[in-house]
Design a protein around this ligand. Structure first.
Ligand SMILES: Cc1cc2nc3c(=O)[nH]c(=O)nc-3n(C[C@H](O)[C@H](O)[C@H](O)COP(=O)(O)O)c2cc1C
Length: 201
């Protein structure tokens, strides 16, 4: 079984991202190939990146970073749920990505983007580029929710349309395939686990 983390990147009061993430979390939980975890950046409340060493050294000095490293390290695949703020990814999400390095490395990522008419596609492109910088493997299996508010009821429940349901199914299939393949690769290259503190200066 693969550990699939759903990373919710918006943290503001009244965020709509929680409804979108909840829908996908429930869909993923019904899939026996995955152990699903929701990683809510609002609950984690990471400060602005404050580590003195480059994250690739994994020499963390703060408890919040060690805790976050431990969470992200155990995943085999990621789904980022992101909106778009001024054509880019939310600051809290970029901040969280910047905290770590080895933990993200060599794992597949997909994106659920939601927002206005553009469905936050510019942010999704942004996020894929950051994913490449962190040595993740961005998949071409994603879900887009333009004008997503029209799919939310007053109780904050998101109702996916048939296109989104099918895209989510395809995304889970791709994550299962790539997640297993890349886990096998990581085990071969790093049998003792992913994060190793570097010994350099
Ligand atoms: C600071 C800010 C900037 C925004 N910029 C964009 C944007 O560039 N493109 C877009 O489609 N929607 C934009 N929106 C609207 C968001 O898509 C919408 O508010 C969405 O609910 C934000 O996700 P959240 O509720 O999870 O924070 C912006 C909203 C905020 C608060």
């Amino acid at each position: 079984m693969l550990t699939l983390q759903i990373i919710l990147g918006s943290v503001r009061e009244g965020r709509g991202g929680a409804a979108v993430a909840r829908w996908f979390e429930e869909a993923a939980q019904r899939d026996a190939r995955f152990r699903t975890e929701l990683v809510d950046l609002k609950a984690l409340a990471l400060p602005l990146m404050d580590e003195p060493n480059h994250p690739r050294l994994a020499r963390y000095t703060h408890e919040h970073t060690k805790r976050f490293s431990h969470i992200i390290d155990r995943a085999d695949a990621y789904v980022f749920v992101t909106t778009e703020y001024n054509f880019g990814i939310p600051g809290a999400l970029k901040n969280a990505l910047d905290y770590l390095a080895q933990e993200w490395k060599g794992k597949p990522m997909s994106i659920i983007s939601y927002g206005g008419i553009s469905g936050a596609l510019r942010a999704a492109e942004d996020l894929r580029r950051v994913g490449v910088a962190l040595n993740m493997v961005p998949l071409n299996h994603n879900v887009v929710a333009p004008l997503y508010r029209q799919q939310c009821d007053e109780a904050g429940h998101f109702s996916p349309n048939p296109t989104q349901i099918e895209a989510a199914r395809d995304m889970l299939d791709a994550l299962a395939e790539w997640g297993a393949m890349l886990r096998e690769r990581r085990m071969r290259l790093e049998p003792a686990g992913t994060v190793t503190a570097a010994t350099g200066p």
